[in-house]
Ligand binder design. Sequence first.
Ligand code: LIP
Length: 312
Amino acid sequence: SPEQLQAYLATAVALAKEVGPVFKDGFWRTGQFATGNDFAAIDKMGNEADCVTAVDCHIEKVIFSRLREIYPEHKFVGEETTAEIGNKYKVTDDPTWVVDPVDGTNNFVHHFPYTGISIGLTINKEPVVGVIYLPVLDELYTAAKGLGAQLNGQTLPIFSFPTLTTPTSLSQCSMVSEHGSLRSESCIKSRLDTFKRLLLERDQGGASIRNLRFTGSAASDLALVAKGVAEIYWETGPHAWDYAAGVIIVLESGGAVFDGSGWWGSSIPENEKSPQPLNIWNRKILAVRHMPDLIGKPGSGCQIQKHLAAAV
Ligand code: LIP
């Protein structure tokens, strides 16, 4: 029910705010995380591009212990408890809290402010509640299914398009993406090929995107789409905890998402929506602002479908 979703959202907001000061301590290296090994960035499984700090583990522990007290029957999937121990998680229809205690850990370690706490809740495998808190920027993004999306209490999106109407061409779009932490030759090559195509292609019914930005955090990227700063976010490789919350925030801000097999969003006609539940578990995500002319119908040859959905 809407009341129940509102209550879940209130819990998630309270938790994000509770751990906010610890997050900032870690970012500025003051207080509890001022010095010493506590703060060292530890590589995950020998990958220097994928790291974890004591702050990640501390915050995840606090969030999950609070949630377990309040909702003992719920399920929990978190970056540090799941990825860290190499645990395999089983996705069920039960209410499941999908949490990244520090999304953009690399940014966190390097003092780049696009980093934050991402708390999502899925029911029947689909995200229904999302909170992204970027403590350094003091931005709290919130959404619940059917209840809209907000930034610090202000309805999303905040910004209108940099054109008079919604874009009709990719050339009017700003895009955010990531190169990810998987650095195999084939992985990097396929991403670079897609970026190259998006930056160079102007003909054959296509257009180059206006610009390409990387924040280093999937949650921040989705927040920028919901806010109206970026028109498109595309990434392959992130995990559900990186984008569970962001996906519902984009959807509730009026945007749409493509999960690899179908489109979701209020601007997608009912008969064109994917018959499957929106899949946030397959590490592929394309999210766009409300741009009916660009999203078009699956298979219709519209620009985003042609240029990006194929890459997803
Ligand atoms: C990060 C994601 C980002 C991805 C990085 C990393 P983390 O999350 O937000 O989209 O490109 O490789 O997975 O590990 O900093 O929480």
